[in-house]
Design a protein around this ligand. Structure first.
Ligand code: PLP
Length: 390
């Protein structure tokens, strides 16, 4: 780490984005400067080499998520993957409006895409509720399928509370009823085993910048024929338009490294998260841990300290520890998290929620130091609040 970086706050917002692995960055740079050909240039070796890089990356993505290589399409990230998947389900549906069943804790990217189709009369959404721990009732999902849902949207892991969803069962249930499934695996890919093909998942979205790859590139696993039917042919990686070969190669390398290294990293991150959780629980009276302790991402710790506003804690930590109150797109906004609302958590929990997410570069020393900093920030807010009350 450079001296300049050493002065930056401890980074515990890996759910928002991750630093690029230097080995991935080296590949991206190499492709930009040496292997810079246009993958559509079929008339010379520069183009051939670029097309080969795209194919190689497709192989690495498909291996990580257990999909057939020809079903992997490159996009600008999960938001685009999700939009394309839902658009595709609408466009191939024999009957409109498309009947969608989606969990209430899906990412904004899913909610916004569904809202756009609903506004055009192309979709109707039946919401699948979660309980106070963020858990999904699979019977409710099965019931929705029995009632005729065409598309079921369930994220593989939640980006706020880190709850892991049973996507294997989701794929199997939807397939049994002939419905399509959209699995947003943005936070799960590289952490959890995924077998898109074996589990009968129709669409699966992932993004490079959550797995130590570059921003602005991701992938969508979609059924055969998707490229031809898609309103945007560029997503096929090689076709119309010039593919983002450096980004695609970076995504591929990030997937390859996750496949090899994730098991060891998961163990370390889980131990660090548990250590941070126990330090905070011991030091901060009244602290609660949100989400499902049985099924949560190894790098997620979602806490609340009722009566201690999260924005006051975050302001005190600004130069010391980088964490967030919720999803990157809604943190800092005044509106409460739709995820915590969907879980039916009381207002004091919603207003004091802190999302702490670590990653493979987080050190034990940073965990100890972050625990001290968070504890002292909470104590400082409590002290200030006492002064106001006095
Ligand atoms: N889905 C989930 C669960 C996410 O966490 C995010 C990003 O935070 C997205 C979708 C959108 O991903 P992208 O930033 O690649 O568009």
């Amino acid at each position: 780490m450079t001296r300049e970086l050493a002065r930056l706050p401890i980074y515990l917002d890996y759910h928002a984005t991750t630093p690029v692995d230097p080995r991935v960055a080296a590949i991206v740079l190499q492709v930009m400067t040496a292997n810079f050909g246009n993958a559509n240039s079929a008339e010379h070796v520069y183009g051939d080499a670029a097309a080969e890089l795209v194919d190689k990356a497709r192989g690495h993505v498909s291996a990580l998520v257990g999909a057939a290589p020809e079903t992997v399409h490159f996009t600008s990230g999960s938001t685009e993957s999700i939009r394309l998947a839902i658009g595709h389900a609408v466009s191939v549906s024999k009957k409109l409006p498309l009947r969608v069943a989606a969990t209430t804790v899906e990412h904004r990217a899913v909610l916004d895409a569904l809202a756009a189709h609903e506004a055009r009369g192309e979709a109707v959404v039946h919401w699948l509720p979660v309980d106070h721990r963020g858990r999904l009732d699979l019977e409710a999902l099965e019931h929705a399928c029995r009632q005729g849902a065409d598309l079921v949207c369930v994220m593989a892991a939640n980006n706020e509370v880190g709850v892991i969803y049973p996507v294997e069962q989701v794929g199997q249930i939807t397939a049994r009823f002939g419905a399509r499934s959209l699995i947003d695996a943005t936070q799960a890919a590289g952490h959890l085993p995924l077998r898109a093909q074996e589990w009968n998942i129709t669409y699966l979205a992932l993004s490079a910048h959550k797995i130590y790859g570059p921003k602005g590139v991701g992938a969508l696993v979609a059924p055969r024929g998707f490229g031809a039917q898609s309103p945007n042919h560029r997503v096929s990686g090689v076709g119309e338009g010039t593919p983002n070969v450096p980004g695609i190669a970076g995504l591929g390398e990030a997937c390859r490294l996750r496949d090899i290294e994730h098991a060891a990293d998961e163990k370390r991150m889980e131990a660090q998260r548990d250590r941070l959780e126990s330090l905070l629980l011991a030091a901060i009276g009244g602290l609660v841990v949100n989400g499902d302790p049985e099924h949560r991402l190894s790098n997620n710790l979602h806490i609340a300290i009722p009566g201690v506003p999260n924005n006051a804690v975050i302001a005190r930590l600004r130069r010391r520890v980088a964490l967030s109150s919720g999803a990157a797109c809604s943190s800092g906004a005044e509106t409460p998290s739709h995820v915590l609302q969907a879980m039916g958590l009381p207002y004091e929990i919603q207003g004091s929620a802190l999302r702490i997410s670590s990653g493979k570069f987080t050190t034990d020393e940073e965990i100890e130091c972050a625990a001290e900093q968070i504890t002292s920030a909470v104590a400082s807010v409590r002290h200030a609040l006492k002064g106001v009350m006095a």
